[in-house]
Design a binder for this molecule. Structure first.
Ligand SMILES: O=C(O)CCC(=O)C(=O)O
Ligand SMILES: [Fe+2]
Length: 328
């Protein structure tokens, strides 16, 4: 997009501090703002959350330290070596989100340490403490903090849909709820490379709700269908970017929107880092039109599907066949 072009999408910034502090008089307004943002553009940023700046800064430092490790040390942790193929390191080009573009990013994925056996569950892979001191403890501390924030966001989301505040609790906050956290490094690129490749190819997220921390380099873009334009998601200090995934779009019968997005490789003197958190929910939960999301005479747009069936299909589609895919 040319610099002087006005973006077609404004990503709203919503302050959730009154919800977290229990200021009930201000909660309806937050729920309204959330409702409007989830309908369109399906992306917003939250400020006034409770994940400390100290933890977020430490996280970005540790993630950068991890990616600076020798390739062989990182490759020894590659995802294909984890019990279910879902945890660990992804080299550049492993994930394919858009056509023939192999994503120009490295990733490192963790989840809860649950006994293996079910889809996406099992132990994480970690570098030796001496290779990357403090990386594991920081990732684990951050995982717990962002998971807790996501549960609060599901409560706000429930209020925004005029549901009981705890409607999504079992989905988002059960011991067996699937939650995954992935740290990314996007190598810096020149303008030519950035045009011809993608940091992350255009995609919609698979799950219910995504919470993303980006650094100040920029590059995340959201698609505006009516005008066919890509619009930047600006860096807002201390904010989380929140977006609706396909599962929530189905669950709300299309009321809430799962929007196409991508990352352009940073044309910068620095690499870009981001850390994404997906709360995909309980594997056995049936996703079936929420009662407040269907009007008289309206029919559900999608047949009921379990979280597990939905995720198996989507994870299967986004990893190259010749690569080390998730065990589906
Ligand atoms: O790294 C980013 O800013 C976005 C990544 C993303 O869209 C994803 O992992 O689903
Ligand atoms: Fe995404």
């Amino acid at each position: 997009m040319a610099i002087d072009q006005v973006p077609n999408i404004t990503i709203p910034v919503i302050d959730i501090s009154a919800y977290l502090s229990g200021d009930v008089s201000r909660i309806p307004k937050i729920a309204e703002e959330l409702n409007a943002a989830c309908r369109a553009p399906g992306f917003f940023q939250i400020v006034g959350h409770d994940v400390s700046a100290e933890l977020r800064n430490r996280l970005f430092n540790k993630v950068a330290q991890f990616y600076a490790l020798p390739s062989a040390t990182k490759s020894a942790l590659r995802r294909g070596l984890s019990v279910n193929g879902a945890r660990g390191y992804e080299a550049i080009g492993t994930e394919i989100m858009e056509g023939d573009f192999q994503d120009q990013k490295e990733g490192f994925m963790i989840g809860p340490e649950l006994p293996s056996g079910r889809f996406l569950q099992g132990p994480n892979l970690w570098p030796a403490e001496s290779d990357c001191p403090g990386f594991r403890s920081t990732m684990e501390e951050y995982f717990a903090a962002v998971r807790s924030l996501s549960i609060k966001m599901f409560r706000l989301l429930a209020l925004s849909l005029r549901l009981d505040e705890h409607y999504f609790d079992a989905f988002a906050d059960s011991r067996d709820s699937i939650s995954m956290c992935r740290a990314h490094r996007y190598p810096r690129a020149n303008a030519e490379m950035a045009r011809k490749s993608r940091g992350t190819g255009a995609h919609t997220d698979f799950g219910a709700m995504t919470l993303l921390l980006q650094d100040d380099i920029g590059g995340l873009e959201v698609f505006h269908r009516p005008s066919g334009t890509w619009n930047p998601v600006p860096y807002v200090k201390d904010a989380y970017i929140v977006n609706i995934g396909d599962m929530m779009e189905q669950w709300t019968n299309g009321r809430y929107m799962s929007t196409l997005h991508r990352v352009i490789s940073p044309v910068s003197s620095e690499d870009r880092y981001s850390v994404v958190f997906f709360n995909e929910g309980l594997l056995d939960q049936v996703i079936e039109c929420i009662p407040t999301c269907i009007g008289p005479g309206e029919a559900p747009l999608h047949p009921p599907v379990t979280v597990e069936a939905h995720l198996r299909k989507r994870y299967g589609e986004s990893y190259g066949e010749e690569k080390e895919g998730i065990v589906v």
